[in-house]
Design a protein around this ligand. Sequence first.
Ligand code: SF4
Length: 306
Amino acid sequence: MSTPRIVRLGPLLERHYERFDFKNHVPKDPVRFPHLYRKPRDIEVIGFVAAAMAFGRVSAFEPHLARICEHLGDNPADVLLAATQEVPDKDALDAVTQATAWKYRWLTPEDLRAMLLGLGKALHRWGSLEESFRAFVPVKPTKKQQEVGVWEPLGAWSLALRELALSCHPTPSERHRAMAFLFPSTDGAAACKRQHLFLRWMVRPATEGVDFGIWSVLRPAELVPPCDTHTARIGHALGLCSSADPSRTTADELTRSLRLADKDDPARFDFALAHLGISGGCRAAYMPTVCDTCGLREMCRWWGKI
Ligand code: SF4
């Protein structure tokens, strides 16, 4: 994005952020599930699961997340720890099995159960999910590592968690499709939206009542705003990125553009932009009912184009 463009777009983004009704959108977002908890370890665990399951229609995955929360009770991290101790607690193991006794798209009960038990094992090994992530953050990053940024520790962490989850799966294999989906590598072209979403929830401050700010292992400035169909399309409409395809390249481009608007907290704009698409009706095409009142319209490529 060019400097003259961000000079014009920056104030519109700020106004959209300032006017956005965060409070009313949290209940329509998967972040509402970790908000059911107070203890950081519970927020981490349910946050990870909610972000991992956040694909497809919100109305399709929400009942499954509600079921997981219901069966794991008020202290989900303790249940996962009890289910994965040397001699597993039978009640805790039953709770995990019941919490995951359903299919979602291509994810089977065995896949979902392995995900939860893998998180329990991570809690045993590192004490918390933040500490598990910290284990993969270089203390003195090389210049190349600085350039790659959060993608490298995110990928190494995800693979380590995948290994733990696979050790709890009845049919483990190195190329297990579901495990690779729940714990993806960052080596390819994928935007890894769900993993960056989880990091945003943990790292960004709770300023708007959306994110939690309970992790200090990263600074908000280091985050990559989660890039999905909505943010890629809207980003493309506004000229924040050159493609509407939600890929890693687009995620990096969006990050660079949003850093021009806020170098310390580029992911600050993400929730308000994503919900313009999720629940605000933006289809990245001119629709009078939505576009005529959109505060970003004067910088949008679709504005006025019928
Ligand atoms: S003007 Fe319309 S298409 Fe453009 S960002 Fe706003 S709602 Fe989306």
